[in-house]
Design a protein around this ligand. Structure first.
Ligand code: 5GP
Length: 116
C-alpha cells in the first residue's frame, strides 16, 4: 500500500482545500501556491505515487484526469486562449508530493515550456 500524503487528507476533506470538482475517480482543488492566475491540481482519489507507478488498471482514472482538465478549463474560461497541463515525476521532474497530480495552469501567457 502506497504511503499517504497531504493530498489524501484533502480528498477526505480532513484538511481545508478549495475543491472545485470531485467524483468517484478524481478530485480537483486550487493549488495553495498558485504559479498562474488559474492553477488547479487534479488528482486520482486512490494513491498512485508517480507516473512510474501507473498500470493498465489505472487507464480509466487517468483518462478522467484529462476530461476533468478539459471541463475545468471551460469553467475557468481559459479553454480558448489555452493552458498547460503538467505532471512532474520524481527528482528531475521536480515532484514534491508523491501522489500523482496533474497541474492545470492558465489564465495568462505561460512563457517558455521549460525554465532552466
Ligand atoms: P509537484 O511539485 O509535486 O508537482 O507539485 C506539488 C504542488 O502541490 C505544488 O504546486 C504545491 O504548491 C501544491 N501543494 C502542496 N501542498 C499543498 C496543500 O496542502 N494544499 C494545496 N492546495 N496545494 C498544495
Amino acid at each position: 500500500m502506497a504511503e499517504e500524503t497531504i493530498f489524501s487528507k484533502i480528498i477526505r476533506k480532513e484538511i481545508p482545500a478549495n475543491i472545485v470538482y470531485q467524483d468517484e475517480f478524481v478530485t480537483a482543488f486550487r493549488d495553495i501556491a498558485p504559479q498562474a492566475k488559474t492553477h488547479i491540481l487534479i488528482i486520482p482519489n486512490h494513491i498512485i505515487p508517480t507516473v512510474n507507478d501507473v498500470t493498465e488498471q489505472d487507464e480509466r482514472i487517468l483518462g478522467r484526469l484529462f476530461t476533468t482538465a478539459a471541463k475545468l478549463a471551460q469553467e475557468e474560461g481559459i479553454a480558448e486562449d489555452g493552458y498547460r497541463l503538467i505532471i512532474n515525476c520524481n527528482k528531475h521532474g521536480g515532484q514534491e508530493v508523491f501522489h500523482l497530480h496533474m497541474h492545470l495552469l492558465g489564465g495568462e501567457p505561460l512563457g517558455k515550456m521549460l525554465a532552466k
